[in-house]
Design a protein around this ligand. Structure first.
Ligand SMILES: [Mg+2]
Length: 252
């Protein structure tokens, strides 16, 4: 039995890292060929990556990635391409507004001005399109100073207390805090996970939206979109498994 849908009615969305490529590696030519010559003729295909477009293009074999796939969602969909054209671009300042953003940044700087740490360097707040990165030791620290902060933070819970303070001070700003890596935490609007990208495909009226990802457990960056009622979620542990599941789904 073949798939009951036409390619305009069914879409497969793929996480990139760990799902179509081995972590931090480039996509294999055989994986790409399978997607473009076997899957693309029977289903619409799209990428949903957490990284920016430059990083996605690097892993997916070049800038023409936005033409090879029907949709490419970079930064969880904050930057969205369809058929090679930019169809959406969102930034945290546009979403939160400058006034609120400054209240938040001023509060964070004020909190950091009262911290005593083993060392303090520069760049305590880094502004990106989709998030604000807050770093008590300062991002310009050396690797040794970074390790030193990480060890200090383990004992003194600097980041954890800082996040609790900000959450209490701005309970109605709709912000999510994520402590990751060694020295900083990210702040971004609620809902700016990979489900953000679904608004674009929903508009186009697909009957089934399939999502394939490797970090589908709670806390993983595929979790929300995998669990979303709008998608059929597929958990995979490697590009090989993604291909196997596609073969089963489409009887290829
Ligand atoms: Mg992944």
């Amino acid at each position: 039995m073949s798939c009951p849908f036409k390619r305009e009615e069914i879409i497969c969305l793929f996480d990139v890292d760990g799902t179509l490529t081995v972590p931090r590696q480039k996509i294999l030519p055989t994986t790409e060929e399978f997607l473009l010559t076997k899957v693309k003729p029977v289903a619409t295909i799209g990428l949903v990556g957490g990284s920016d477009l430059t990083k996605i293009a690097e892993q997916m074999g070049g800038e023409d990635v936005i033409k090879k796939y029907d949709y490419v969602f970079a930064e969880n969909g904050l930057v969205a391409y369809k058929n090679g054209d930019l169809i959406g671009k969102m930034s945290i300042q546009e979403h939160v507004g400058e006034e609120k953003l400054q209240l938040f940044i001023n509060s964070a700087l004020s909190y950091m001005s009262k911290l005593t740490l083993p060392v303090k360097r520069g760049t305590f707040i880094e502004f990106r399109d989709g998030l604000v990165n807050v770093c008590p030791v300062g991002r310009s620290c050396s690797q040794a100073e970074r390790d030193q902060f990480a060890a200090y933070d383990k004992v003194h819970k600097i980041r954890e207390s800082f996040v609790k303070h900000l959450q209490a001070e701005f309970p109605d700003f709709g912000l999510v805090f994520s402590i990751g890596g060694q020295i900083s935490f990210d702040v971004f609007p609620k809902g700016w996970d990979k489900t953000y990208s679904l608004r674009f495909v929903e508009e186009d009226g697909y009957k089934e939206i399939h999502f394939f990802g490797d970090k589908t457990a709670p806390g993983g960056n595929d979790h929300e979109i995998y669990e979303d009622p709008r998608t059929v979620g597929h958990k995979v542990s490697s590009p090989e498994e993604t291909i196997e599941q596609l073969k089963t789904l489409f009887h290829l």
